[in-house]
Structures are given as C-alpha cells and as structure tokens.
Write a protein that binds this ligand. Sequence first.
Ligand code: PLP
Length: 405
Amino acid sequence: MFSVDEIRKDFAILSQKVYGKPLVYFDNAATTQKPNIVLAKIQTAYTTQNGNIHRGVHFLSQKATEEHEAARSVVAQYINASKSSEVIFTRGTTEAINLVATSFGERFCSAGDEIVLSTMEHHSNIVPWQLLAERKSLKLKVIKLTSCGEIDLEHYESLLSERTKIVAVAHVSNVLGTINPIKQMVQIAHQKGIKVLIDGAQAIPHLAVDVQSLDADFYAFSGHKIYAPTGIGVLYGKEDLLNALPPYQGGGEMIDRVSFSGTTYNELPYKFEAGTPDYVGSTALATALGYLTNLGLENVRRHEQTLLAYATERLKEIRGMKIIGTSECKSGVISFLVGDIHPYDVGMLLDKLGIAVRTGHHCAQPLMDSLGIVGTVRVSFAVYNTTAEIDVFIDALKRVVEMLS
Ligand code: PLP
C-alpha cells in the first residue's frame, strides 16, 4: 500500500522544526532528502566494506568493487540500458554534460557546425556547449518556447540543418515543470542523422525513463535529485557512440597501459571514469533507486500529480498570482510571481514560517530573459510531500503577500 505517512517516516529530516515551525520542504527540484535506508547504506559501506575499488586483491577492495559494479547494473536496469557498460558514473548531471560536450565536441564537431539547445535549459546544459562553441568556432541555435512554456516543435524542426551535430535538451524543465515531448524530438533529430543528449536531472525522480524506448544517444542525471547522495550521477550513452569518443579526463583506471611513448585506454565504462570513483555514492544511488522501485514509480507519479493539481488550484486563490509555466504536461514544479512582489522577499518570509522554497533565476537566466523577469518563486514536490503541507504553504503565502503588499 502506498502511504505518504509511512513514507515520511523514512525521512528523518522531515520531522524537524525550523524556527519553531514544522519543516515544509518544497525545494525538491534543487535536491531531495534522503531516506534512512540510503543513509544506512552509506554507513554500512564505510563501516564494513571500504576499500578502493578495482585494483585491490584484498577482501575489502573486492567487496567494494562488487558493490560498485552491482550498482551500475541496478542503474542500467532502472533506465533500461541494454548493457551496464553504457552507464558511466559521474559527479552529477553537470559533469555528465561537460563530458559529452568535451569528448563529443572533440571527435565530431568542427568550425561552422551547429548545436541546438532550448530556451528553457539549465546553465549546466548551456555553458558547456558555449565553451565548446568558443573552442571550436561552432554556432549555438536556440529553440523558442510557446506562451505556456512548451518547446515550439515547428521552430525546433526549422533549426535542424546539415551542420547540426547534436541537440541538447531537458527532459523536464526545472523552472516551468514542462515535460518535453522528448521521444518525438529524438525521432525528428534522428531522421536527420543528428544525435541527442537529454538532460534528465528533473525527469528521473518523477518519470519512468527508458533510454532504449526514447532512443536517447546520451541521458544525464544526478543522484541527489532522486533521493541519493550528492557527488554521484550518471551519464548513459549508446555503446558505439561512447566507444567513438576520446576520454574526457586522464588518470588512474581509465587506462589500459601507460608508457612515456604512448598510452592506451581502458574499455567502457572505465575509459570515462578517471580516478577513484564515488563507489559509496554509487551503492547509495542503487539503494535509492531500489527504494523508489519498491514504492512503485506509477504510485509516485500519481501522488505527485495530485500535489501538482491541488497546489495549482489553491495558488489561484491568491490575488495577483501568476504561474509561470502552464503546460498541460507538467511534473511537480510550480514557478510563480505575485503582483510585483520580489520573489526573494516571498522566499525569505516563507522560510521564517518553516517553508523551504527556492527563489531567483534557478540557473536558467536565458529563460528568465525570454520571459522578461528576474526570477520566480518555485515550489517543487517529492514523494513525501502532502496536501496538508500545501495548505500550510498557502496560508503562509497569503500572510506573506498581505505583509508585502
Ligand atoms: N539540469 C537541470 C534541468 C537541473 O535542474 C539541474 C539542477 O538543478 C542540473 C542540470 C544540474 O544538476 P547538478 O547540479 O546536480 O549537476
């Protein structure tokens, strides 16, 4: 049975008070809280099986290696990769995108080539491409959005040319909550022989992701947004593509044989995992994925959609409310502004009432520019949030708006 009350018991942090008020944590798009089972896994890993992986002959090293590789298989299964060697562990989404921008750019892009992004991208899916574009004299093309915050598919298609090498686009917007028609976008790009990187940072905690069904060339996400620790993330890549790319960073583990006359590289996935990986983080990520699987992704989705619909409806009670991002197809993220009140002031006062929201540009300044605003207040939900918390939030917001009006 799916019971939010039971789920909340798994997250010790949620029962604390902030400024004497029960914590309402609505900043899940920034990072999620961690269930006790994940915290216990980290404790167990360090207290019973800590040894640097892959090169050790001793018990602890072998045990840690087994756990790390088992975690890779869990991730592969979770996203339905055809092989676990297509799963590269990274520090997070940002590092995964930088890896692709650097290695793919090095191998496949030359002066005059084009990269297509969308207006709603997080800085992590803009700046790595800008750096590449500067290095190699490439051109970035940007897909416009419709008035409700969806990708303008006609404009998207019109941007793809014979010079386009890759499309890099978010599966779900961290500001608007829009769930993009990513499968269709991949199909359109593939018809023209163009590769696609999907930034899955905001999709992976909420949607069932099947990289084979999406036909994604690359798919990136962060552990900390899916109930796992910070410092671990994933880049999925199709095997033939990953094999074609040069290494991203040099160091231990990514090599086959090193000599001063020349070095050869390891096979996948190790070619892209230079240095000691976060082998405790990977096992904790696998535990988090197992936790979600046990809850049932469909149950999680249904619950979060209920929260989204309820909060959207109740926000309309507030005079001057403007919701930014009104697609029919959204995940549990709501950005809003109230009249001409500065989002920062709203966030500061809500915090004093125990409610954690995020304010500002949400690392999406080009999106803010396109909307002609400096920022928004954003609430974002996770599996442990409740409609009762939304009621507390709405009451608090009404008070805050009254104070600031
Ligand atoms: N992409 C999107 C859509 C995000 O929301 C975020 C983080 O908020 C990132 C990328 C970057 O993730 P990380 O900082 O974990 O690398």
